[in-house]
Design a protein around this ligand. Structure first.
Ligand code: KG4
Ligand code: ZN
Length: 322
């Protein structure tokens, strides 16, 4: 069983052999936080407390699994909101204690990567992972299970965060990624917003493009929100694709693994697939954004490697993958 409560989704899933989803339940708080334009940590923790037990019970029922059928519990212990993480980790410990099950503490970003093990495709190491979510934009070389080398990261805003801020500037609502993608369908990339190439580094920076958009909005220079959305999306996607393609060539990987909430963006997926020298894998839409099946998949490989956590497991809000 996987449990995920790092941000604003309370999720539980049952996965067999790290690859087959038996159930995947997600209680989203997005409507509660939408009225504030972003996640309110205190509200998120309280919602997790209310939702976590029903969501776990639903995951077991949907999988037609009893407690006795489970072999272990995988839970996100970081990075994320401390109060939110605490709910999942403590529920996992309670189950572990009551049922005598081992715990695998999973890094949320590792979980996003392992969503790619749930789509039936065969992953062949080494692979290059582009993890683009609300909190992270990372390029990671993965040489084997649990073996990660940092290649690039954002120096300011994460890609999803940039989408969320751009949508707010354009009055398109929250969460911004899907709203920008929808609006961009009726628009053209005519604003030619700046791209931060950072002298050939594999790091990213998205605060410049966001500020450029803000200036245009403040100067009343945006006549078409659709064109602005298309221009913003094109700028972010172009940089993500160019750097991922260059790194895939330099590190001679066999595949590129796309993951994280922004991986749900069709234009990103298409452009990457068109330009990558190697096949691009991406999870199906529901597995791109936060879920617990991906945590269970990652936990399975922890157990395979003999990595077992006990009741001493604690949350690490600033946890790093590499
Ligand atoms: O992985 P995720 O669900 O949560 C985090 O771990 O952060 O990612 C959420 C982020 C949000 O910033 C959201 O705007 C973005 O993913 N997102 C998208 C799309 N769907 C979700 N960004 C661009 N295009 C999308 N279709
Ligand atoms: Zn996430």
């Amino acid at each position: 069983m996987g449990i995920e409560t790092s941000c604003d989704e309370t999720a539980a899933a049952v996965v067999a052999d790290g690859r087959v989803i038996l159930s995947n339940r997600i209680a989203s708080q997005v409507e509660i936080h939408a009225r504030y334009g972003g996640v309110v940590p205190e509200v998120a923790s309280r919602q997790h407390v209310l939702a976590v037990v029903p969501v776990i019970e639903q995951a077991l029922a949907e999988a037609e699994t009893g407690w006795d059928d489970l072999d272990g519990i995988a839970v996100t212990f970081g990075p994320g909101l401390a109060g939110s993480l605490l709910v999942g980790v403590n529920v996992a410990k309670a189950i572990s204690l009551a049922r005598g099950l081992p715990i695998a503490g999973v890094n949320h970003l590792e979980g996003h990567i392992y969503a790619n093990w749930l789509n039936g495709a065969e992953v062949r190491f080494p692979v290059l992972c582009l993890i683009v979510s609300g909190g992270h934009s990372d390029l990671v070389l993965m040489r084997g299970h649990g073996d990660y080398v940092a290649v690039g990261r954002t120096r300011d805003d994460a890609a999803g965060e940039a989408f969320d801020k751009a949508a707010r500037i354009l009055g398109l609502g929250y969460p911004g990624g899907p709203a920008i993608e929808r609006a961009a369908k009726g628009g053209v990339d005519i604003l030619k917003l700046p791209r931060a190439w950072l002298n050939g580094s594999y790091d990213f920076s998205f605060s410049g493009v966001k500020t450029a958009l803000l200036r245009l909005a403040q100067g009343d220079k945006i006549s078409s929100p659709a064109d602005a959305a298309a221009s913003f999306q094109a700028a972010v996607v172009e940089v993500l694709v160019a750097k991922t393609v260059a790194a895939a060539k330099e590190y001679r990987v066999g595949q590129v693994l796309l993951s994280g909430g922004v991986a749900a963006n069709k234009r990103l997926h298409e452009k990457l697939a068109q330009n990558s020298p190697v096949p691009v894998l991406a999870p199906e839409l529901i597995l791109c954004t936060d879920n617990a099946a991906m945590i269970a998949a990652a936990g399975y490989y922890h157990f395979q490697a003999g990595k077992i956590d006990g009741l001493g497991l604690d949350v690490v809000p600033g946890l790093k993958l590499t």
